[in-house]
Design a protein around this ligand. Structure first.
Ligand SMILES: *Cc1c(COP(=O)(O)O)cnc(C)c1O
Length: 337
């Protein structure tokens, strides 16, 4: 199931007319984050390009500090919160966002509390603690953790740092888009993975408000197609729990702020299967010697399996992160199709 290049911009969507952030906010974020976040490199794969019949560029956020782009939104958000007097930050994410918030808080010398599920695995726990984040265990669902994180924030004169549905988080993630525009010439399309949509809506704002001719295409796992369904229904449509191996894309609905931006600007949305993700993950590891996480392998899968229906184009895939529990690599591999 996928959109056959439906032009979403023609949809009538009233909320989409509101400007939540503009490219100016993304430029301000860029100024704010550069003492912490790297400008990540663009990698090329001749083999991948040849196979797809397009020139494929990889924007390499797996080489980013803390191993994912989340450090961009976290830095932008935590920094402005501190400027407004926050003495403590909290969040409810046990994955890349939790690590990023811990890292930034430590850099700026304020405490961070990360509310995690009771059944959190050890590698995630260790990563948060390695950055000095204080961990509090609470329940097993985000519905339980989120209110607790907000409560802790209030108790400590602090601020809750949202993983995607916040203007400062979105603007921070959008800096990936500004860098791509400077690093690659004559871009035809940029392919971006979608969880809650913070990365995508930030990149859309940066790119579409600079050069609207560049196509921006989102990718979701078939098993976590909440944004796909929401676009089809023209309203936020949650899914119930998903088991996709792309664990960074498991959020069950797009955000109130990210969704209108997606409706306003997105050109197309592609779905990929679990086996396609595993095949792309294995290809990048074996041929390019890069360890990327399954959430990022979705964009490689989209170009490898020619889901964009394009030839001879310059296509940038956003490799959003590289945090993989190495004990799990075996089960992510799939080397023939
Ligand atoms: C968070 C995350 C995503 C999805 O980002 P959203 O802003 O939630 O859409 C994709 N890849 C990785 C590696 C992530 O950590």
């Amino acid at each position: 199931m996928k959109f056959d290049n439906i032009i979403l911009k023609n949809n009538i969507y009233i909320k989409g007319m509101i400007n939540i952030i503009t490219v100016k906010d993304v430029k301000d974020a860029r100024e704010r984050i550069y003492d912490i976040a790297h400008e990540t490199p663009i990698l090329l794969s001749e083999q991948l390009s040849k196979r797809c019949g397009n020139q494929i560029f990889l924007k390499s956020e797996h080489l980013q500090k803390t191993g994912s782009f989340k450090i961009r939104g976290a830095t932008n958000n935590v920094k402005q919160a501190i400027q407004k007097g926050a003495k403590h930050v909290t969040t409810a994410s046990s994955g890349n966002h939790g690590q990023a918030v811990s890292y930034v808080a430590k850099k700026y010398d304020i405490p961070a509390t990360i509310v995690v599920p009771e059944n959190i695995n050890n590698s995630k726990l260790n990563a948060i603690q390695a950055y000095n984040g204080h961990v509090e265990k609470c329940g097993t669902t985000s519905a339980e953790r989120l209110p607790r994180a907000k409560e802790i924030a209030v108790e400590n004169n602090g601020v809750y740092i949202a993983p995607y549905d916040d203007p400062y988080t979105i603007a921070g993630q959008g800096t990936v888009g500004l860098e791509i525009l400077e690093q690659v010439n004559k871009i035809d399309a940029i392919v971006v993975p979608i969880g809650g949509g913070g990365l995508l809506s930030g990149i859309l704002t940066a790119v579409k408000e600079t050069n609207p001719n560049i196509q921006v295409i989102g990718v979701e796992p078939e098993l976590a197609n909440d944004t796909y369904l929401s676009i089809q229904n023209k309203k936020i449509t949650p899914i119930t729990g998903t088991t996709t191996i792309a664990d960074g894309l498991r959020s069950n609905q797009p955000g109130d702020l990210t969704f209108p931006i997606i409706m306003k600007y997105l050109d197309d949305l592609i779905l990929v299967s679990e086996d396609e993700i595993r095949y792309a993950f294995s290809f990048v590891l074996e041929r390019m010697k890069q360890l990327i996480e399954p959430s990022s392998a979705t964009t490689i899968a989209a170009v490898m399996f020619n889901k964009l229906n394009q030839k001879g184009k310059n296509i940038v895939t956003v490799i959003s992160g590289g945090n993989v529990d190495i004990g799990n690599i075996q089960e992510l591999l799939l080397t023939s199709n």
